[in-house]
Design a protein around this ligand. Structure first.
Ligand code: OXD
Ligand code: MN
Length: 595
């Protein structure tokens, strides 16, 4: 350890954690291919990973059935005052949360190796990057962090003796007694899982889960919850947004950042193949955007991640061919089904069902089975650089200038395909009131409507009322250079429950209208909720959509919108005095426009 770790804060922290967690060994990760291959060999030998004969250098993991998604109920923002965490976060005061967790951490790594993972969010050494160090007793976490972040001994060099980093402590919470054989996916029971954030000291403590955002602490914990609190202090933005570059047939580029709740199609949109002739889409990121105002006064975005942790089910060559090509090799799969010839499969991947599979729980599966073969939140982990449409500027430390923000969610009714905000303040109102039917990215009921402001409800590291205020303040700073704001709903259904809009590549038609709005070349109709494209404004050439269906898709029904108001009022009332006046004014104005 002394050879590699020169940083005083890191040395002290490693010692403190080792004294508390009492691992059998300590391994300082260097991020090399040798390290990755060695860890995978060990994971195969222990029975945790299965090498896939059909996909080069790719592996399947199966988690414990109790540990399959983020655990929002067990996720905490621990600030000195409860009000600082706000009404949308779980809160326990730092002293008692730390006391509880120290008890859990006490001896929790016995029988295991403690990995020290130095990583950079954003290109190593770039002025916008942030350095984190995750300590974890999960080798699965190490291999995933290798893909999702930049793990490297260069990070330690950069830290030098006195550089600062964000400490991210993780344990699966399953000490291994001497002589006991390990289980395939060790973790702690749900009631002792804690995913804790201490934004006042830029500190993360996670215990008990090995899955996704609970355990890969660079992603939701650092790049969103901790970063959002830093961003507010330092006047920038950390958002749950994909970033894409759209180029029109004349070669003009537009950069779009879009916030949708988890498992609502961010990865699909980020890698979309436009159905419109001559339009091109390139991916910069599929989940997180960090944005700063540049020297020209515009807002510039970077993707702090290095890979995609995408939802498998529903991904296919017809819905997202670019994702399918991204995961052809060098990919980690979690909770997918295994085919008889050594490949993975999930619901929606192919039209025909395989005649036999091993399901995500390791049991035989045939099409007569009622249960899904892959878990609905089954994931792939693959390097962004493998994406065939990754933008050449995706690692440019200067970022890309954002022209358009999109908010949205999954709504079977009420909300039309697309509309534009009337102003920045109205756009912030649209973000603040965004609602979506819940998905399996979180443990809990699926399909219930919930307000998920800016798709950040599970990820905002401070009082959401102040977060709304931060958006308004950023708008003031950006002035006339602020991105235009739109709201979309790809998921509206007719009375028979059929989707009214084909989605996927056809969403390029909606993006084209937005770009033309930016250039002042497309028209719109005023409606009580915002600006809607008229039929002629949206390029529907070559698309077979019945006139009635289109009208249904774009319908703004006053009675339905009136019925939304009490829910918006109840949502706003949560924030009490922290709700900015301008959002109250927006609600009053909406009511007035609805008549
Ligand atoms: C994700 C999520 O994994 O939002 O990106 O759950
Ligand atoms: Mn996400």
């Amino acid at each position: 350890m002394d050879i590699m770790v020169k940083n005083e804060k890191l040395k002290t922290w490693i010692k403190e954690v080792a004294d508390m967690c009492r691992p059998d060994a300590i391994h300082i990760c260097d991020g090399s291919k040798k390290e990755y291959d060695g860890m995978m060999a060990m994971l195969i030998a222990s029975g945790s990973a299965i090498a896939l004969s059909k996909r080069p250098n790719s592996y399947l993991f199966r988690s414990d059935p109790s540990d399959v998604a983020r655990v929002e109920d067990r996720t905490y923002i621990s600030t000195t005052s409860k009000d600082e965490a706000g009404p949308t976060n779980n809160w326990i005061d730092p002293a008692s949360l730390k006391a509880t967790m120290k008890n859990l951490y006490n001896g929790c790594m016995k029988g295991r190796t403690m990995y020290v993972i130095p990583f950079s969010m954003g290109p190593i050494g770039s002025p916008i990057a942030k350095i984190g160090v995750e300590i974890s007793d999960s080798p699965y976490v190490v291999v995933n962090m290798h893909i999702m972040t930049r793990v490297s001994s260069k990070v330690l060099e950069l830290l030098g003796a006195d550089g600062d980093f964000i400490p991210c402590l993780h344990s699966i919470g399953a000490p291994l007694e001497k002589g006991r054989k390990d289980v395939q996916w060790p973790c702690a029971p749900i009631e002792s899982k804690y995913i804790s954030h201490f934004p006042e000291e830029n500190l993360i403590w996670s215990y008990g889960s090995g899955y996704g955002g609970n355990a890969l602490l660079g992603k939701k914990c650092l790049a969103l919850r901790i970063a959002s609190a830093m961003a507010r202090r330092e006047s920038w933005m950390a958002e749950h947004m994909l970033i894409l570059r759209l180029t029109n047939p004349e070669g003009r580029q537009y950069h779009i950042a879009a916030a949708f709740p988890s498992a609502c199609g961010k990865t699909n949109l980020a890698m979309m193949k436009p159905s419109l002739e001559g339009w091109k889409c390139e991916c910069i990121g599929d989940d997180i955007a960090w944005m700063k105002i540049g020297p020209d006064g515009r807002l510039y975005a970077i993707n702090p991640e290095n890979g995609f942790f995408g939802v498998g089910p529903g991904t296919s060559y017809s819905t997202n061919a670019m994702a399918m090509d991204t995961i052809k090799e060098n990919t980690i799969f979690t909770n997918c089904a295994l085919t008889d010839d050594g490949d993975i499969w999930w619901e929606g991947m192919t039209d025909d069902l395989p005649s036999h599979l091993i399901d995500w729980k390791g049991r035989d599966w045939t099409p007569s089975e009622k249960a899904e073969a892959a878990h609905p939140n089954a994931r792939f982990t693959a390097a962004a650089a493998q994406c065939p449409v990754i933008c050449k500027d995706w690692e440019n430390p200067a970022g890309v200038p954002i022209d358009i923000f999109i908010f949205g969610g999954r709504r079977g009714s009420v909300v039309p395909l697309v509309y534009e905000s009337l102003s920045w303040e109205h756009g912030v109102f649209l973000g603040a009131t965004a609602a979506s039917e819940t998905t399996s990215a979180n443990i809990g009921a699926v399909g219930n409507l919930r307000r998920d402001p800016f798709a950040m409800k599970p990820f905002c590291g401070y009082n959401m009322g102040d977060y709304f205020g931060h958006w308004l303040a950023m708008g003031e700073k950006l002035g006339g250079k602020a991105p235009r704001i739109f709201y979309v709903n790809w998921f509206r259904k007719n009375q028979d429950g059929k989707f009214l809009w084909p989605g996927f590549s056809e969403n390029s038609r909606v993006l084209k209208w937005m770009c033309e709005r930016v250039d002042g070349r497309a028209g719109a109709d005023e409606s009580p909720i915002g600006l809607l494209p008229k039929r002629g404004d949206l390029d529907l050439s070559g698309l077979d959509i019945a006139r009635d269906d289109f009208e249904e898709l774009m319908k703004v029904d006053s009675a339905e919108w009136h019925a939304e108001i009490p829910d918006i009022e109840a949502h706003f009332s949560l924030f009490g005095g922290r709700l900015p006046d301008s959002l109250k004014d927006q609600l009053t104005a909406l009511k007035k426009r609805l008549g």
